[in-house]
Ligand binder design. Structure first.
Ligand SMILES: [Zn+2]
Length: 401
């Protein structure tokens, strides 16, 4: 008889391998039969207590394990039912390598979770020949354990953002710990109730520890941050303000196009990208086309200058300088007779405090923009559309250190 043994591949405690059957047909598989090692007393799967009485033997269940070479491995596991004095009832004995209710071993579950970090659920399911629902449930259970609870300790500076989760207007609010880059919390919508739900998970001490909150000029958020953390400085960050002004430019561009002559329309056509993109990222050809647009249309030309000037406001760390730059910016913008521009200036004047606060809390835009883009990528992998909770967990995982 050969001295070779497969037992080393199955270092399961309190179990004995009885036999193996290897099938070489199209779906290559191996069936390993295991039975409890009778030298050990069974443990209760529910409470872990050592059982004194075996209730019945000869029960069998089938579990998927890690593949071995090219073979899908199935375990046929014999187990006992016990009388547990602690639980005061009949219970299934505990296996060291799988949960009583699961159809895969611990080590296969871990492998699935590892793969899901880099692959979509569908790809993992195809790769291992498993049901996508099973794959997702396993990954989700791991993530729940790690990221299910809101970890809100030592929060000092928060960044609040919203992302559109569906075409149209379904939003989710994302709260980030600015210094660690960790996503602390995500919740549906971007209403007052949204932030109330977040703050409800924080203790008073945790709320009082928050020094500054970066966000969009969005009344619902401002209102709730003031209510829950009156000491916190509200900061309007560069990313959101410039993004909002980009929308104003675009709306003016559409109106200008509508009112233009056929010749002018030709010049203005496709100028959206040229106007909103950073100048240094344009090709020579694009830069020439932009020059034509700006030469043709005075309003767009002023808005284009204003776009660059607005960025200056966020460069200064001196509140006085920020205030002066912002004032002169608003005066220049007010010369443009368009309701969207006027409304935007009105908002900037009204929310001036949050732009001045940026001088003291210079929240880096690249962090927020980067996070926003990273979440969009996760969303595109279609984790989240049908299961928001799973999507949130995946986002938290992607941002964890
Ligand atoms: Zn028990």
């Amino acid at each position: 008889m050969s001295g070779l043994s497969i037992t080393q591949y199955f270092p399961f405690m309190r179990m004995k391998i009885e036999s193996q059957a290897v099938h070489h047909d199209t779906r290559r598989s191996a069936l390993i039969r295991l039975t409890p090692d009778q030298r050990y007393r069974p443990l209760c799967h529910n409470c872990g207590a050592v059982a004194t009485t075996v209730h019945s033997r000869g029960h069998r269940r089938y579990l998927r394990d890690l593949n071995l070479a090219c073979h899908q491995v199935w375990l046929e596991v014999g187990y006992r039912k016990i009388w547990c004095a602690e639980c005061n009832g009949v219970r299934v004995e505990q296996l060291s390598f799988a949960d009583a209710s699961k159809r895969v071993t611990h080590r296969l579950a871990q492998h699935i979770h590892d793969l899901c970090k880099f692959m979509t659920v569908k790809d993992v399911a195809d790769h291992l020949d498993l049901d996508p629902k099973t794959v997702k449930a396993i990954d989700k259970a791991f993530l729940e354990k790690k990221f299910g609870e809101t970890a809100a300790t030592e929060l000092r500076v928060l960044a609040i953002d919203e992302i559109a989760v569906r075409k149209g207007h379904t939003y989710m609010t994302v709260i980030m710990d600015y210094f660690s880059g960790r996503i602390v919390w995500m919740g549906p919508d971007r209403r007052m109730e949204t932030l109330d739900a977040f703050f409800a998970e924080l203790s008073d001490t945790q709320k009082q520890g928050i020094e500054a909150v970066a966000m969009d000029m969005w009344e619902a958020f401002i209102n709730r941050v003031r209510h829950h953390c009156p000491q916190a400085h509200i900061v309007f960050d560069f990313f959101h303000v410039v993004q909002a002004f980009g929308k104003v430019i675009d709306s003016v561009r559409r109106d200008e196009y509508r009112n233009a002559s056929a010749h002018d329309r030709n010049v203005l056509k496709g100028s959206r990208y040229l106007l909103l993109k950073n100048t240094e990222n344009l090709t020579d050809d694009q830069a020439n086309r932009l020059a034509d647009v700006l030469a043709l249309n005075e309003t767009l030309s002023i808005l284009y200058v204003l776009k660059d000037q607005l960025k200056l406001v966020f460069r200064y760390s001196d509140r006085g300088k920020v205030k002066r730059t912002l004032d002169s910016w608003c005066r220049m913008a007010e010369t443009i007779d368009h309701p969207d521009v006027q409304r935007f200036v009105g908002r900037l004047r009204c929310f001036e405090y949050g732009i001045l606060n940026h001088a003291d809390y210079p929240i880096s835009t690249s962090e927020l923009e980067g996070a926003n883009n990273k979440i969009k990528v996760i969303k595109r992998k279609a984790y989240g559309f049908h299961d928001t909770k799973y999507f949130v967990l995946k986002v938290k995982q992607a941002f964890a250190a």
